[in-house]
Design a protein around this ligand. Structure first.
Ligand SMILES: [Zn+2]
Length: 359
């Protein structure tokens, strides 16, 4: 019953959300200002998200279907035209890379900016406009392949401004609820956020109950480009600046030498493989598509230790171990890791039985 209810509850949350919190990247991301002195190459931009993310920025704002009482700043942002109290933007029709039934919008804005999204399977007949909140997954009642975004900017205490928007699309699947049990599995050693000098999140996290694990690879950068905490900050910057997410998207990142980095707390919704609610995202650094990086014994061991602890801690069922490709048409996390998912399930089950967590 819980399984059946969850999508309905989430859809209701998305529908009842009518006010989006205002983000001010200048005021609330001091770390990003400092990092912007580094070049993109230094930061090793991460592109795991590319295959399923639609972006709206200066170009898409120019190519609007409707643009009433709005101007574009020199940086390409949408602002209210002089003397206007309300303006409206409707994007051109955007085609998603594949048919989807889950979608997670994220954006940077100031002042009173309200966003709505509508979807269509054929680009002809459309859903109604649905109000959306940043990083809240929308579960659609039917599949869609086309999207349109509407933004209403209203005057208020702060001049309204929409800097940019991203939409991650994905395929929904029901998770089996977790079954918590007492356990004595140790939490693996890891580098906490302070240790890799993480930028603070720019908005409030949304709590969730972990019930499944999704494994990713960075794809780009590859293992040879790994520069420890510099690389993790690069991934965070890519997620916050390019994807408009509120923080690094993953809950954990594992380096080729087997070091585990903490991303978001696993008790809050991440941004990595829509739908994100109930899923813990773990990203292994490297490109594990055929003929690329080797999945090192050290990173495999760290991944198994982490999955074993998470499974025990939250009562996750090993049937709920996935790769990003299970929600997308992407190859992530590459055959090198994806083809080992069954061995992870077997090994974690064996360890939990040995520790008396499972009978
Ligand atoms: Zn991925």
């Amino acid at each position: 019953m819980l399984q059946r209810l969850r999508p309905a509850v989430l859809a209701l949350l998305a529908l009842t959300a009518c006010q989006s919190p205002a983000f001010n990247p200048q005021q609330r991301q001091p770390g990003l200002q400092a990092q912007s002195q580094l070049t993109r190459t230094d930061l090793l931009a991460h592109v795991d998200g590319e295959g399923d993310i639609l972006r709206l920025g200066a170009t898409e704002f120019r190519q609007a279907s409707v643009k009433e009482n709005l101007s574009q700043s020199t940086q390409g942002e949408l602002t209210l035209s002089a003397g206007q109290s309300q303006g409206r933007f409707v994007s051109a029709v955007l085609k998603a890379p594949y048919a989807f039934d889950a979608m997670m919008p994220a954006w940077n804005s100031n002042g009173n900016v309200q966003l709505q999204i509508r979807t269509s399977i054929d680009g002809q007949s459309w859903s109604g406009w649905l109000p959306v909140m940043p990083e809240r997954t929308m579960l659609l009642p039917r599949q869609a392949a086309f999207v349109q975004v509407q933004a209403v900017l209203s005057s208020g205490t702060a001049a309204p401004r929409l800097e940019g928007l991203s939409l991650q699309v994905g395929r929904n699947r029901a998770t089996r609820p977790a079954q918590k049990r007492a356990h004595s599995i140790p939490k693996p050693a890891m580098i906490l956020r302070a240790g890799w000098k993480a930028t603070p999140p720019k908005g409030e996290y949304t709590p969730h109950t972990p019930a499944a694990i999704v494994v990713h690879h960075t794809w780009m950068p590859k293992a040879a480009q790994y520069q420890k905490d510099v690389s993790i900050r690069g991934i965070q910057r890519y997620h916050m600046v390019d994807n408009k997410w509120s923080d690094i998207g993953y809950h954990y990142i594992i380096g080729p030498e087997g070091v585990i980095y903490q991303g978001r707390p696993e008790t809050v919704v991440g941004a990595h493989s829509t739908p994100n609610t109930n899923y813990i995202g773990i990203c292994v650094f490297g490109d594990f598509d055929p003929g690329q990086d080797a999945f090192t014994p050290a990173s495999r061991a760290a991944l198994l230790d982490l999955m074993t602890w998470l499974t025990a801690e939250y009562g996750i069922q090993t049937s709920e171990f996935f790769g990003h490709r299970d929600f997308s048409t992407k190859s992530c996390p590459g055959d090198g890791i994806y083809n080992q998912l069954q061995s992870f399930k077997d090994e974690v089950t064996r360890r939990l039985r040995a520790a008396g967590v499972l009978s």
